[in-house]
Design a protein around this ligand. Sequence first.
Ligand SMILES: [Zn+2]
Length: 49
Amino acid sequence: MAVFVEARERKLRRKICKDCSARNPWTVEQCRKCGSRTLRPKKMERKAK
Ligand SMILES: [Zn+2]
């Protein structure tokens, strides 16, 4: 079920804008809110066990 886990992790990833701190989807190349390209990846570590 490795594929399953990878898909879930990919879904949890976000990009945080360094300018306005907006959370963007992993797929965007620039902030949806302010248009900045200075996005940093953020991996949400929420494990439901
Ligand atoms: Zn922004």
